[in-house]
Design a binder for this molecule. Structure first.
Ligand SMILES: [Zn+2]
Ligand SMILES: [Zn+2]
Length: 344
């Protein structure tokens, strides 16, 4: 079996490895697709706290169950060889202060498949705890369904925002997360959803996802303040600008991942005077099952969002393309024999 391995900080290699064996309450999954995202780049660059090399990356995965370990079906699960599944990568300790108080996504010992110490899905087969596995319908496209994991993160984002019918929502960044937050905003009952991105090509994807108000700067929009403003860029200048666009009593969500050593400036007076609320959102939290349901209900235009697929051999090309900001969502298909351009 072939596996893409981050062997040390900044170094990746393709390795032949024995087929993993699922342990107690684990399943073996043959990978269909695994999305590439900024987290993979942070992990490879050694910027993700706690990563242990060597590590197989890949946390946005779908596949087909090929073996079921002991004890899997003794409780509530009913998993069998041939089931088509999506995998929640988050593993939590269940014991720390945050786990026992219902904030498992903030677990002090948080591990993510392909992120910290457990191998991920950028390999032909991988092992996942049964509790992280979600069955998909037979008609669900396994390649497109690799968007379920980022969708689960976006649902977590909306879980901690007010969802008042008729709100006006502004999203910074028309990449994968911005597109998901914007599409969910429409579902959540916003009167308008505006998306801004400096890159016109990315705004075209937003158009295909049904987001009508698209600008390279919010200065061009018909309004100057929004009830909910969400940054999905992690860019400090975007974040500073976004905070000035929040209506009194409104919310700003810091969703994009800014570099951990950077700071942003804002007016504390405005936060006080206008009762602004600033919230963060970290990964998946009780949202994976709903992401499966919303995905299968057609809540997002997955076809418009994925532009390229890569074989394991071309993994480095995928990362280079991601770093260059080209294409839409990129994914790796470890069992495919050729890399493909899905949207040119
Ligand atoms: Zn991701
Ligand atoms: Zn914990």
């Amino acid at each position: 079996m072939r596996a893409l391995v981050f062997s040390s900080e900044g170094t990746l290699s393709l390795e032949e490895r024995p087929t993993p064996v699922p342990g107690y309450k684990e399943v073996l999954v043959e990978t269909a697709a695994v999305g590439i995202c900024g987290t993979d780049v942070h992990v490879l660059d050694g910027e993700f706290e706690g990563t242990e090399f060597p590590l197989v990356p890949g946390h946005e995965a779908t596949g087909t169950i090929r073996a079921v370990g002991d004890g899997v079906n003794e409780g509530v699960f009913d998993f069998h060889v041939g089931d088509r599944v999506a995998i929640n990568p988050s593993k939590t300790c269940g014991e720390c202060e945050f786990c026992v108080n219902g904030h498992q996504n903030l677990c002090r010992f948080w591990d993510g498949l392909g992120v910290v110490s457990s191998d991920g899905a950028a390999q032909q087969l991988f092992v996942a705890p049964a509790g992280n596995v979600y069955k998909l319908k037979p008609e669900t496209d396994l390649f497109e369904a690799a968007l379920i994991e980022p969708l689960a993160c976006a649902i977590r984002g909306w879980d901690i925002l007010p969802r008042r019918l008729g709100d006006h929502v502004l999203v910074y960044g028309s990449g994968t997360m911005g597109l998901l937050m914007a599409q969910l905003g429409r579902r959540a009952g916003a009167a308008t959803v505006t998306i801004v991105d400096l890159n016109e090509d990315r705004l075209q994807t937003a158009a295909e996802c049904g987001i009508d108000l698209r600008y390279t700067t919010p200065d061009d929009a018909a309004r100057d303040k929004w009830d909910v403003v969400i940054d999905c860029t992690g860019n400090i200048r975007a974040i500073e600008d976004a905070l000035t666009r929040v209506k009194p009593a409104g919310y700003f969500q810091d969703f994009g991942v800014a570099p951990s050593d950077r700071t942003a400036q804002f007016s504390p007076f405005r936060v006080y005077r206008d009762e602004l609320t600033i919230v963060g959102s970290m990964a998946v939290h009780n949202s994976f099952g709903r992401a499966v349901e919303l995905f299968e209900a057609g809540a997002i235009n997955a076809r418009a969002m994925i532009s390229h697929s890569f074989t394991l051999d071309d993994y480095a090309d995928a990362l280079a393309m991601f770093r260059a900001g080209h294409g839409r969502k990129l994914q790796v298909r470890p069992n495919d024999t050729e890399s493909r351009v899905l949207i040119g």
